[in-house]
Write a protein that binds this ligand. Structure first.
Ligand code: DON
Length: 306
């Protein structure tokens, strides 16, 4: 199996479809991104990286950051996290508020916005927001093995000004005492984690610990235990694409986490970590061409977990 050829073929075959989907415009700064871009990177657990297309162009990782913040929160409080956030798919859109009222302000899972905001509140843990942002950024440098990663302040500010639904979610949960810090502090951190800029190669490297039983094979550093890596992958498979999670499992068959910047991180346990990026989104707010690309990749590699 030649992974470079597979990546090159996918880029060539998707060329006529560039621009499919709709770029997220509820965060004004993201609406400015050229939709006619596509990148793919595959990092294998034996230390090789393959990439094609716009794999070295930086994009806003947005909700993909929720995987890394979940990893940090689990490291801080362990299993106690599950008292404040559930482990079930929501079947609702990523920014939905409806279930919270009947479910005591406990979000269904850590990947919908409400759940991710609780996870950020846990990581904040009595620190100043800038310390939590620094902790997140250092963690990303560590797992991606790349100290150049940085946050796009313009994207963070753009969401700070327009993230009304997130303010509603956070305030609502604070009313249930499931947010412990001031809402503007929690969302300040949340908007900054979402505004981290990465390219496909960096993202594929950052996901390697999930593909390799918790240890990054490029550095040899253990990030989480094998059991924790397995559990994070399980959450990504069942909840990583919100109300599109069933469809993604059906078509791709891999744990994956999407972001409204157009990126997807996907994990083939024991084999590889993959990142794809194209800005256009489908009706569920998940990357349109990115999921097509991963469907092709999974079919050609036989890496589906099923
Ligand atoms: O909170 C938001 O709405 C964004 N910062 C992140 C949402 C997101 O990426 C949803 N994923 N597809």
């Amino acid at each position: 199996m030649n992974l470079q050829t597979i990546a090159d073929d996918i880029v060539r075959e998707l060329q006529p479809r560039l621009g499919e989907g709709k770029v997220a415009d509820y965060i004004p700064e993201l609406a400015k991104v050229d939709p006619n871009q596509f990148g793919i990177a595959i990092a294998t657990v034996d230390g090789k990286t393959y990439h094609a297309g716009d794999a070295e162009t930086h994009f806003s990782i947005q909700s993909i950051s929720k995987v890394f913040m979940l990893t940090l929160a689990l490291g801080k409080v362990g299993e106690a996290i599950w008292k404040r956030v559930g482990r079930e798919p929501s079947g609702s859109s990523f920014n939905s508020i409806v279930q919270l009222e009947h479910e005591h302000g406990i979000p269904r899972n850590p990947f919908i916005n409400a759940g991710a905001i609780v996870v950020t509140d846990i990581v904040l843990a009595g620190h100043a927001p800038r310390e939590a942002i620094g902790e997140f950024l250092r963690f990303m440098h560590f797992i991606a093995n790349d100290e150049t990663l940085s946050i796009d302040e313009k994207v963070a500010q753009s969401e700070q000004r327009t993230g009304f639904r997130n303010f509603a979610l956070a305030n609502f949960m604070r009313g249930f005492r499931n947010i412990h810090h001031p809402v503007d502090h929690v969302l300040g951190v949340y908007f900054h984690q979402c505004a981290l800029m990465m390219n496909c190669v960096q993202l594929a490297h950052a996901g390697l610990y999930l593909a390799n039983h918790g240890t990054n094979p490029l550095t040899g550093f253990s990030v989480v235990s094998p059991r924790r890596a397995r559990r994070i992958n399980a959450m990504m498979l069942t909840c990583g694409h919100y109300d599109g999670s069933g469809d993604f499992a059906f078509r791709v068959g891999l744990p994956g986490k999407s972001g409204v910047g157009g990126g997807i991180l996907a994990v083939a346990p024991g084999k590889a970590s993959m990142a794809v990026w194209s800005p256009g989104l489908d009706a569920t707010g998940n990357p349109a061409l990115g999921s097509v690309a991963l469907e092709m990749l999974a079919a050609r590699t036989g890496w589906s977990v099923f």
